[in-house]
Write a protein that binds this ligand. Sequence first.
Ligand code: PGA
Length: 240
Amino acid sequence: MTPIICTDYEAMSLKAAQLAGEAIPRDRESLVSFPGGDTPLGFIKEFTKMVNAGAVDISRVRYVSLDEWVGLGKEDRGSCACFNHTHLLGSLNRPFLETHIIDGKAADIGEECRRLDDFIAKYGPLDLSVLGIGLNGHLGFNEDGVDFELNAHIIPLSSTTKKVMGKYFDREYTLERGITQGLKQIMAAKRIILIASGAHKAAILARSFRGPVDNSVPASILQNHPDCFVIADREAAAEL
Ligand code: PGA
């Protein structure tokens, strides 16, 4: 794990976008995945700026979303699909080669999992996985206690996630499950970039990267990845 400590949120976002741009191969097709949430907003803004300016070529890049709330679709504000369409896909002035956005409203959610697995199996492994981190150390919806060996799966939302999820939505939802890429797929990514911002993330970052590798803190598995950058602002990095 390579830690990069940035002065502030803007510097963290820019650094992550630069490293993401570098991770995209120029000579072949590739597959990338970005997270939803508050943390990646700045990163995605910087990344789309680079693409729109022609500094990063995504014409041979496929994009796959990381996770979704089971029960929400792209028309629901606060869903990961809505986030992806609004902040990423809708802000690009040229398209990815192909996109696969998880549908949390699929009639057969098990089949939606298989579609995600199939897409990653066909075009993967991921060349780049950008991740945020939850207060319980979750990556995507790989909640505490998750099996490190899983591919895409449906998982009950943790009590921590349920406590904080209200911040994403403009109305009250009763959501119980998430659909997510599994840690097996994430760990197979050639490069991982985890971004974290704010004092509230300091303790979980320290537990993830200074504590033992244990599924009670899912992000700790990243200690075993050979090309993983942890980009944090000063507040989030305070206990690293
Ligand atoms: P946040 O979410 O960026 O909104 O803090 C992080 C996460 O849960 O992955």
